[in-house]
Design a protein around this ligand. Structure first.
Ligand SMILES: CC(C)(COP(=O)(O)OP(=O)(O)OC[C@H]1O[C@@H](n2cnc3c(N)ncnc32)[C@H](O)[C@@H]1OP(=O)(O)O)[C@@H](O)C(=O)NCCC(=O)NCCSC(=O)C[C@H](O)C(=O)O
Ligand SMILES: [Mg+2]
Length: 286
């Protein structure tokens, strides 16, 4: 599978051409052109046109282009999918998914619109039922490549208090990481809405990284740099990965099955980890 950095995933209101243009210069790995919560009902139809024009005429370089459509049980969902079938986006993001049947329904609409098979799906876990059914959602199709946490909706549905340590979300976050990994998907952590609470934002990035997330969704350009730093291998990680691989190769040549490196036992799993670290670092450099 191709490794793609997805350290930072920036939401942009699809009805805001200035933000969509600005994103061409922003250091985001992935861009979400939003038609759902960031767009008022009266602006939904216009947002479709603004997004199509931006994707087709803009220069977004190697950033991954994702369009978040409205849910299929809304009056806009089906038309959004049809409109985006040939937009040039890399993926469609489906909000509030709760079942494999919803994934199949979205794919059927895209197939009828003759969307390219390379148009992938990102699915969002943001309701209690969606989280409980996350395994069936993640395994619904090989075209599902990324799982996104919708922690704002989920917090509301769970009636959580807004705490910097996200205690009430931990079970859901853990369960979703398990489902993503079991199905070989990348998983992106949810947003921090308070743009003035930098401490909470930084804590949530570090926490997300340590829980196994591949990146962070963000709502403002000023949140990008920290996410990019937190979800990239550090210089120390890269140095250690090189040492692990070199030590393992030396041991193999000497016909030894065990390697001790700086007092730590190295096994094949660490070599696989090290190779992944180097692949991600190379993909970020590229
Ligand atoms: C939150 C904002 C409305 C703030 O916008 P604004 O007041 O314009 O901010 P600034 O003046 O500080 O902006 C400085 C410049 O940066 C550009 N900008 C701002 N935000 C973005 C962005 N998201 N993408 C691209 N560019 C952006 C401004 O245009 C300024 O540029 P310039 O004029 O050239 O100086 C705004 O940040 C915003 O709309 N953010 C996105 C909100 C959004 O998409 N929300 C929906 C997704 S989150 C969600 O749904 C949660 C999920 O579903 C869940 O349940 O958890
Ligand atoms: Mg949401």
């Amino acid at each position: 599978m191709q490794i793609r950095p997805r350290r930072s995933v920036l939401y942009m209101p699809g009805s805001n051409p200035r933000a969509l243009a600005k994103a061409q210069q922003l250091a985001a790995d992935c861009l979400i052109f939003d038609m759902e919560d960031a767009v008022a009902p009266a602006a939904k139809a216009q947002a479709r046109e603004i997004i199509k024009t931006a994707i087709q005429q803009g220069d977004y370089g190697r950033r991954e282009i994702v369009v978040r459509v409205n849910a299929l049980d809304t009056e806009w969902g089906e038309a959004d999918l049809k409109a985006m079938a040939h937009s040039g986006a890399h993926a469609i993001c489906l909000p509030k998914v709760e079942s494999a049947a919803e994934v199949a329904e979205a794919l059927a609409i895209l197939d009828r619109a003759q969307a390219p098979a390379s148009l992938y799906l990102w699915v969002m876990a943001e309701t209690p039922r969606g989280v409980l059914n996350i395994e069936e959602v993640c395994s619904a199709s090989e075209r599902v490549t990324v799982l996104m946490m919708g922690t704002s909706d989920l917090s509301k549905e769970l009636r959580l208090r807004n705490r910097d340590d996200r205690q009430g979300l931990l079970a859901s976050l853990n369960l979703c990481v398990l489902a993503a990994r079991a199905n070989n998907l990348d998983i992106i952590d949810g947003v921090q809405l308070d743009l003035n609470n930098e401490q909470a934002y930084q804590h949530s990035c570090e926490q997300g990284r340590d829980l196994g997330f591949d990146g962070k969704s963000v709502i403002h350009p000023k949140q990008l740099a920290y996410a990019n730093q937190m979800f990239a291998p550090s210089a120390t990680d890269v140095e250690w990965a090189h040492k692990v691989i070199a030590a393992w190769q030396q041991a193999e040549q000497a016909g030894e099955a065990l390697v001790l490196l700086d007092g730590r036992l190295i096994e094949n799993l660490h070599v696989e980890e090290a190779r992944r670290t180097l692949s991600i670092a190379a993909a970020i450099e590229h």
